[in-house]
Design a protein around this ligand. Sequence first.
Ligand code: AP5
Ligand code: MG
Length: 260
Amino acid sequence: MTTMRTHSSLIDLDEDAPTSAQVDFLPGPVLLLGAPGVGKGTQAQLLMDAFGIPQISTGDLLRHHVREGTDLGRSAKLLMDQGQLVPDDLVNGMVADRLAAADVAQGYILDGFPRTEAQASWLDGALPGLQHSLPLIAVRIQVPHEALRRRITGRRSCPLCRRIYNLYTHPPQTSGICDVDQTPLTHRSDDTVEAFTERMAEYETKTAPVIEHYRLQGRFREIDGAGSLPEVEGRIITSLRDLRSAGSADVSKEARSWPS
Ligand code: AP5
Ligand code: MG
């Protein structure tokens, strides 16, 4: 086993886990779906390193608005602390602004969006007008419910570089301090048992139909989120590669059937 990458304190790489050098394709626009605490943010950061495309986390964007005290942040804070979803129009507007930025041209990883059927419909409608032409591919991460509570209550994060730690499974080298930039780690205000219970209820009622939305569209895989971070990352990258290869096959089949 070797240890490497900018997230070195978080990741002990297996020898056979994929590394940036082994990643020979670009996944384009990607959705990471799954319940609170399955590892969407952790894996999105690894994929960002592997592929050089940005992570767009609606939770992180909203927390930024809360810290900055914007109108959006003030509207969102109480809902977030209670584990409830922020209204669709506010979140859709925020995502529209983010997807207009130049850095998404090679693709992006959407983490925590869409979370309602209304958000998924909005995204379906908005995509043709956006700068990336490849269709979305979606990966759902699954972890047993009983493991999620421990992941959530043990989570700590760096407010500066956003690295994610866990007191039980991925602790920092020095207690309470980020390994990368030595900033004191914070505990999210919604990482309480009460807010987690509400987030799970919101997930089961409002986000489960979104999973079905993408399952029905095809271009969808489910992976097991248990195991080491590189093991889970490897499963995601294999799924992304399969989904993009299937997409290319579809495109070339369509191209062959076009009249010359
Ligand atoms: P958001 O920030 O998106 O929270 P969430 O969906 O509840 O997901 P989490 O961030 O809690 O979990 P994660 O899957 O990212 O797990 P992580 O990688 O951190 O949303 C927060 C709030 O914002 C919502 O409740 C809502 O109010 C609002 N909001 C956001 N988006 C919205 C939207 N689209 N519409 C409306 N409202 C919206 O990992 C968790 C822990 O597990 C970490 O400690 C990590 O170290 C550990 N871990 C990760 N992988 C492993 C592994 N393989 N083994 C062991 N531990 C692991
Ligand atoms: Mg997250």
